[in-house]
Design a protein around this ligand. Structure first.
Ligand SMILES: NC(=O)c1ccc[n+]([C@@H]2O[C@H](COP(=O)([O-])OP(=O)(O)OC[C@H]3O[C@@H](n4cnc5c(N)ncnc54)[C@H](OP(=O)(O)O)[C@@H]3O)[C@@H](O)[C@H]2O)c1
Length: 271
C-alpha cells in the first residue's frame, strides 16, 4: 500500500521540492498551502494532490487533516515545513511581526502536530518531521525573534520524543543552513537611512552579509533529499543537516566556548 505524506507550506521552496521528491518516489503527497492559487500554478504530478491549510488557523488545520484522511485513509508522515522569517533590531520589531512569527513558526508546528498525534497513536505508527533551522541551535545578530521560534520548536520536538516513543512515533528535526528560497523575500524592513544611528552601521553590515549569503544559498532540493533520508532512516537520529557549511558551523559551536564563538560571529558579521 502506498504511503502518504502531508507537507505544510508546500507552495514553494523546501516544501515544494519535498512534495516533488516524495511523489517521484511513489508516495501519495498531500501538498498543503494557505493559498490555493499556488496549486493552480504548480506542475501537475500524478501523486500530488493539493489541500488548503493555513497553519495559523486551527479550523483550517483540522478540516485539512480530515480531508486528507478521507482521501487516503491514513497519513504516514507529517512534515512541518511552513515558516516565516524576520530580521531587525528587537526594539524596531513590530508587535504584529512578533505575533506572526510566533503564530506561524511555533504555534503552527504545535497545532498541526497536536492534531495528527491521535491518528498516529491509534495506528502505533507515524513520523513527524519538523523543519527547524541552523537558527534553531546557533544564533546570529538581529534575528532574535526568528531564533526564539526555531529554538522553541527544537525543544518541543526533543521533549515530544519521550512522550511519543511508546506509540512508535518517530521524530526528526531538519536544520537547513542558507537556502535559496522565497523565505527572505517577505522581509519588510525600513530603508536603512530611517534606522537610528546606533544601528545603521551594524544592521547595514548584517543585512548585507545576509543578502549576499542567501543569494548564494544552496538549492532547496538538497533539503528535500535530507528529509527523504530522515523519513526512510531506521536510526533514532533526531537532527539532520544538509550541507558542509551548516555542519561546520555546528561543529565550531560545539567545539568553542560560547564567548569565543560569539566573538568570531560578531567579527564575521561586521566586515
Ligand atoms: N531558506 C532558508 O535559508 C532556510 C533556512 C533554515 C530554515 N528554513 C526553514 O525552512 C522552511 C521552509 O522555508 P523555505 O526556505 O522553503 O521558504 P519559502 O519558499 O518562503 O517557503 C515557506 C512556505 O511556508 C508557507 N507559509 C507561511 N506561512 C504559512 C501559513 N500561515 N500557513 C501555511 N503555510 C505558510 C509559505 O506559503 P506562501 O507561499 O503562501 O507564503 C511557503 O510555502 C521554513 O520553516 C524556514 O524557516 C529556511
Amino acid at each position: 500500500m502506498m504511503k502518504t505524506i502531508l507537507i505544510t507550506g508546500a507552495s514553494s521552496g523546501i516544501g515544494k521540492e519535498t512534495a516533488i521528491l516524495f511523489a517521484e518516489n511513489g508516495w501519495n503527497v498531500a501538498a498543503t498551502m494557505r493559498n490555493m492559487q499556488n496549486a493552480d500554478k504548480a506542475e501537475a504530478l500524478p501523486n500530488i494532490e493539493y489541500f488548503r491549510m493555513d497553519v495559523k488557523d486551527k479550523n483550517s488545520i483540522e478540516e485539512c487533516i480530515q480531508e486528507v484522511l478521507e482521501r487516503y485513509g491514513k497519513i504516514d508522515v507529517l512534515v512541518n515545513n511552513a515558516g516565516i522569517y524576520t530580521t531587525n533590531p528587537i526594539e524596531l520589531t513590530q508587535e504584529e511581526t512578533i505575533g506572526n512569527v510566533i503564530d506561524t513558526n511555533i504555534k503552527g508546528v504545535i497545532n498541526v502536530t497536536k492534531a495528527l498525534i491521535p491518528h498516529f497513536r491509534k495506528r502505533k505508527a507515524g513520523t513527524i518531521v519538523t523543519v527547524s533551522s541552523i537558527a534553531g541551535r546557533l544564533t546570529f545578530p538581529f534575528q532574535s525573534v526568528y531564533h526564539t521560534s526555531k529554538w522553541a520548536i527544537e525543544g518541543f520536538m526533543e521533549s515530544l520524543r519521550y512522550e511519543l516513543k511508546p506509540f512508535n512515533i518517530n521524530l526528526k528535526i531538519i536544520e537547513p543552513g542558507v537556502v535559496k528560497t522565497n523565505l527572505y523575500q517577505s522581509i519588510q524592513n525600513l530603508p536603512l537611512e530611517k534606522y537610528p544611528d546606533d544601528y545603521k552601521e551594524s544592521f547595514g553590515k548584517w543585512y548585507k552579509s545576509l543578502t549576499d549569503g542567501y543569494t548564494k544559498g544552496y538549492n532547496p532540493a538538497i533539503d528535500a533529499k535530507t528529509i527523504f533520508r530522515a523519513v526512510n532512516s531506521k536510526s533514532s537520529k533526531l537532527r539532520y543537516r544538509s550541507d558542509f557549511s551548516t555542519k561546520l558551523a555546528f561543529f565550531l559551536r560545539a567545539l568553542l566556548p560560547l564567548s569565543t564563538f560569539q566573538h568570531m560571529m560578531q567579527n564575521m558579521m561586521s566586515k
